[in-house]
Design a protein around this ligand. Structure first.
Ligand code: NAP
Length: 280
């Protein structure tokens, strides 16, 4: 009799996650004996939890806030994306119990952008936090020529820009001092990587008059499905997307790492996610 394979999500809090829906739907489609569970962990539990994965039958994990960076203190084997972004959201545990860390947020963003048929050349980004790093790495891989970033924390954005320009030549990543300096008129993609827009009372960060038809507007937020930024983009005649596709494809990429060489059942996972998000 084969044992049930266990996958799951570590973080705190994790109870609102949509990941179990999409991964368990994929396991059912594959008819494999596997279950995706939620593991809410406090920081003091993290080290012991990671050292006992094989014993618990855990084959793969996703990692969310606040441990995307912290897990790297305990893991030696990392993908290129993890080394550049300095954060991991997917762990795979081999038969010997060895853990390898990946970052599928960047892979997920890149795959969704390709699905949307966006070919980013000149990009404006709002926010320079964890998600922005994944987005920037993806955009560099997608051969974007110019990436301008604004964040309210000027030291954070300057540190991020310095790091990317040290890693990738050409000085294509640039910080701007205020949101107007993003000069949207010559950009083809605007990405919101801040949480601003999640609440109804949140302000609109850009001037509607700066949006134009050749600009694709991507908001990483997926709840609400249409933020103020996206409804403004719609009125301005822009193409636009929320971040549900990024969430889907980070999960697809994680599943394909765990079940290699199987290909993820993307539409099954998408349907599970859409059903879940409609109930939020
Ligand atoms: P984070 O690390 O907190 O980064 C957000 C950054 O935006 C911070 O530097 C923050 O500065 C800055 N910021 C806040 N308000 C701003 C404003 N008015 N103007 C400019 N910058 C501002 O958060 P994160 O982990 O990157 O996540 C950001 C958002 O992306 C969240 O809504 C998250 O749910 C979403 N996300 C979606 C996906 C997906 O799959 N769709 C994946 C990852 C993240 P302060 O810290 O000073 O406030």
């Amino acid at each position: 009799m084969t044992h049930q394979k266990i996958f799951g999500l570590i973080g705190y809090p994790v109870k609102h996650s949509l990941s179990p829906l999409m991964h368990n739907a994929a396991f059912s489609r594959f008819k494999i004996k596997a279950k995706y569970k939620l593991f809410p962990l406090e920081e003091r539990q993290l080290k012991d939890f990671l050292s006992g994965l094989k014993k618990k039958g855990i084959c793969g994990l996703n990692v969310t806030i606040p441990y995307k960076e912290k897990v790297l203190d305990y893991i030696k084997s990392t993908s290129e994306g993890v080394r550049i972004i300095r954060a991991a959201n997917t762990l795979v545990i081999d038969k010997a119990g060895k853990i390898r860390a990946h970052n599928t947020d960047c892979l997920g963003f890149a795959r969704h952008v390709k699905e949307l048929k966006v070919k980013p050349k000149k990009v404006a980004i709002i926010g320079a936090g964890g998600a922005a790093k994944a987005v920037i790495f993806a955009l560099i891989k997608l051969k974007a020529q110019e990436i301008c970033i604004y964040d309210i924390d000027k030291f954070r954005v300057l540190a991020l820009v310095k790091r990317f320009n040290q890693l990738f030549s050409g000085g294509r990543v640039r910080a701007v001092a205020c949101i107007d300096e993003l000069s949207l008129s010559d950009k083809d993609l605007l990405v919101n990587t801040t949480p601003i827009g999640m609440r109804e009372t949140d302000p609109l960060l850009i001037e509607p008059r700066n949006l134009h038809k050749d600009l694709f507007v991507y908001d990483l937020i997926y709840n609400p499905a249409e933020t103020k930024l996206l409804s403004t983009a719609k009125v301005a005649g822009c193409r636009y997307s929320n971040g549900l596709g990024m969430l889907l494809y980070q999960g697809v990429e994680a599943l394909e790492i765990w079940l290699k060489p199987k290909k993820a059942p993307v539409e099954v996972m998408r349907a599970a996610l859409l059903k879940g998000v409609s109930k939020l």
